[in-house]
Design a protein. Structure first.
Length: 361
């Protein structure tokens, strides 16, 4: 889609799941479940899909696996098929185009190859990971971003250090937001101070009508979405809000995520104070995330935790990761048991059960 339409779609507020990788027990691509997952996300109401990101596993890029381009192709094919069915009236109700986001990482030469490959497959924006530039000067990071921006519009990404990200000060974000083709920023440092750095830089840039803020703070999903960030910039008061989320947490229980975003938007539209139900919902979502993301063990089991949630619903054949050593941490399975019992209204079991056979056909 053209960049104007892309900005409009992102500013409408979307659920964008960070798409996982479905594997067989032999750790080969399970194409049936991979395609089924994409169909699930779209039927659940996701407005975009992000593939080739942390939740997909960065190792897909390694030559021994050779999964990067096949995953981009498969995901793009399923999105196109879903859009055709919606337009013809044989699938879900027709609506705006799905936003296609491709993870782009690595030094500039690699990032440019990845962005060009994503563009060939029809992706709209590059979610630009910068963890590979640990220790590099800020000016070098900005030059890198400008180079990639010549290929695809940029979805900025502040990834928490525990998942491979780096600290990005407000001075970086000020320069980053000068890049014309920046369309959004996923803010995911799991740190309120660092989150405010991005929000403040956007306020100061004056581009808050062009660049959308998306939460990736899995520990503060609901709070990000309901908080009015009232700041002074350029001698005037401005109020910024997170409009949607691009989240690994939303890679499972996605139908409930769509309902959650709708509910939060309705609460924000009413204005005034937040009711206690929304605050209780915020705590419940964070508790669920703590289990699947394995906060007790420094997020070591975060990808396996998402896989476990999906496998329980039959959307994956198992929770295998490319690295055989990557699995749930001790006690994590029991934590996932606990939260799914405690918050049944946040698990979309019935929706999945009613549609799974069609998605996996």
């Amino acid at each position: 889609m053209d960049i104007g339409t892309l900005r409009q779609r992102l500013r409408s507020g979307l659920v964008i799941p960070a798409h996982p990788l479905a594997l067989t027990a032999g750790r080969a691509l399970d194409e049936r479940h991979q395609r089924g997952l994409t169909r699930y996300y779209l039927d659940a109401g996701a407005g975009g899909i992000a593939i080739g990101v942390h939740t997909t596993q960065f190792a897909i890029r390694e030559p021994r696996f050779g999964l990067h381009e096949p995953l981009l192709r498969i995901t793009a094919e399923e999105i196109a098929a879903w859009e055709r069915a919606a337009a013809s009236g044989t699938g879900a109700a027709a609506g705006p185009a799905v936003v296609r986001v491709a993870g782009v990482v690595g030094p500039t030469a690699q990032a440019l190859r990845e962005a060009e490959m994503a563009r060939r497959h029809g992706y709209d924006a590059a979610l630009l990971g910068l963890g590979w530039y640990r220790g590099a000067p800020g000016e070098e990071l900005v030059r890198h971003c400008r180079e990639v921006a010549r290929v695809l519009p940029l979805f900025g990404f502040y990834l928490q250090p525990a998942a491979g990200g780096i600290a990005l000060p407000v001075s970086f974000w000020r320069k980053f937001l000068e890049i014309e083709s920046v369309v959004a920023v996923k803010v995911a440092p799991f740190n309120r101070y660092a989150t405010l750095d991005v929000v403040r830089a956007l306020a100061e840039s004056g581009r808050y009508d062009e660049v959308a803020l998306y939460t990736g703070n899995d520990d503060s999903i609901v709070l990000d979405l309901v908080t009015p960030f009232a700041l002074e910039a350029g001698g005037k008061k401005v109020e910024l809000r997170f409009l949607g989320g691009l989240l690994g947490h939303w890679a499972c229980w996605t139908r409930r995520a769509v309902e959650l975003l709708d509910r939060v938007r309705a609460a924000v539209a009413l204005g005034g104070r937040l009711d206690t139900e929304i605050l209780a919902l915020a705590a419940a979502v964070t508790d669920m995330n703590s289990a699947i993301f394995d906060t007790a063990n420094g997020f070591k089991g975060c990808i396996a935790g998402v896989h476990e949630a999906l496998a329980r619903q039959g959307l994956m054949a198992g929770r295998w990761c490319l690295d055989p050593a990557e699995d749930l941490s001790p006690g994590q399975l029991e934590e996932i048991d606990r939260v799914t019992r405690a918050y049944p209204d946040l698990v979309d079991t019935e929706f999945v059960a009613a549609n799974r056979s069609r998605w996996l056909a």
